[in-house]
Design a protein around this ligand. Structure first.
Ligand code: RAM
Length: 360
């Protein structure tokens, strides 16, 4: 057994038994081991911004869904950063965005493989908690990116943008497109998705402003980040609400499927569609007049920041506490906010004028 893996198994044992028992079971310790353990305990509790970045680590990425172009871009950004930092990268994950049990077993697999850190986009806020806590007990640093779990089930969350900004600006974009009037609907991803649900709460709050008094949210539908289901849900929304004026789809899979449906229907250009999409998926629908404007951040940068955060955590530069700062390579300096949240920055709004400048 590698020394680090021995340390991890012992740490896990210590967490479930008494420390004394665990030390006995681990075959005793030398003075040097005690000193090392003391040192690592000290760094675990306190960040050392000058600590050197460790190399030779293994960082596992576990997206919500592997065959989703958004996560392909995000994880490629993560892979490039992990490799640039002299460590190894691996990716595991389910092909469906509603396979929470699958995500749990992938967390357990990464823990058994004793990776040094994992970056996870959670399909559900609570379902992964037990498995993620077990990983942390085994000395594995856990970063969530894109979609969070609960704050005590990970070390830090790398957020794409302020959730509040995202929710409110999507309503603002649609309101302008429909002249602040008419029935609207939301086409979301999975019903349990932490990220989409947080944004939807802010959308509902934004809609309380009197300037939206002539707009009515009639339904939140779920397409589960599945192209076919999202297409059918869009069709269903228009059958059920023939006066619908606009749809917000805060998911790259949903907005693309909704655009595909609208562009081939009599609603093209009449029912407005906005939300979160990739420029490459949406270019054709912006050019053919189905979509005026939508937004997103750069997924590759999100993946890169998740990777750099993971390595900074393993190296002891940060521990995930509010106020700690670190340099994320060329991306510059980031400060950890409340509840261990690190925010990538502001999203970009894409329209006919700027969409050709982007390629992701
Ligand atoms: C989908 C996923 C992902 C979300 C993007 C906007 O690809 O649901 O979690 O962040 O859309």
């Amino acid at each position: 057994m590698r020394k680090s893996s021995l340390r991890r198994s012992c740490a896990a044992l210590a967490a479930v038994t008494s420390l004394a028992l665990a030390l006995t079971a681990c075959g005793g310790t030398t003075k040097e081991d005690v000193a090392n353990e003391d040192a690592s305990a000290a760094t675990a509790g306190k960040a050392d911004p000058n600590a050197e970045l460790k190399k030779g680590l293994t960082v596992g990425f576990l997206p919500k869904q592997v065959n989703n172009p958004y996560f392909t871009s995000a994880d490629k950004g993560g892979e490039a950063a992990v490799k640039e930092l002299g460590s190894s990268y691996k990716e595991v994950g389910p092909s469906s965005a509603t396979d929470t049990a699958g995500q749990v077993s992938y967390v357990n697999t990464l823990t058994q493989q004793q990776v040094d850190a994992m970056a996870v986009s959670a399909q559900d806020p609570g379902a992964l908690c037990t498995a993620l806590k077990q990983a942390m007990k085994n000395d594995i640093k856990v970063v969530t990116y894109d979609s969070d779990t609960k704050a005590d089930c990970r070390n830090a969350f790398v957020s794409q943008a302020s959730a509040e900004d995202l929710g409110r600006t999507e309503v603002q974009l649609l309101a302008e497109q429909i002249g602040y009037k008419g029935e609207i609907a939301i086409l979301s991803a999975a019903q349990t998705a932490t990220n989409q649900n947080t944004w939807i709460e802010f959308m509902k709050d934004e809609l309380k402003d009197p300037k939206y008094k002539d707009m009515k949210l009639v339904k939140v539908a779920f397409g589960n980040d599945d192209a076919q289901q999202s297409f059918q849900q869009t069709q269903g929304l228009l059958q059920e609400y023939p006066n619908l004026k606009g749809i917000i789809s805060p998911t790259t899979v949903g907005i693309k499927a909704a655009a595909q449906y609208l562009s081939g229907s009599k609603y093209k250009g009449k029912v407005k569609l906005t939300g979160l999409g990739t420029p490459n998926d949406m270019r054709k629908y912006v050019k053919n007049g189905t979509v005026d404007a939508f937004e997103l951040w750069d997924p590759a940068k999100l993946g890169e920041l998740a990777a750099r955060t993971a390595v900074a955590l393993v190296s002891g530069q940060i521990t995930g506490k509010e106020g700690e700062t670190f340099t994320a390579g060329d991306m510059g300096e980031y400060t950890i906010g409340k509840d261990g949240v690190i925010s990538l920055g502001k999203p970009t709004v894409f329209d006919a004028k700027n969409i050709d400048q982007y390629n992701f």
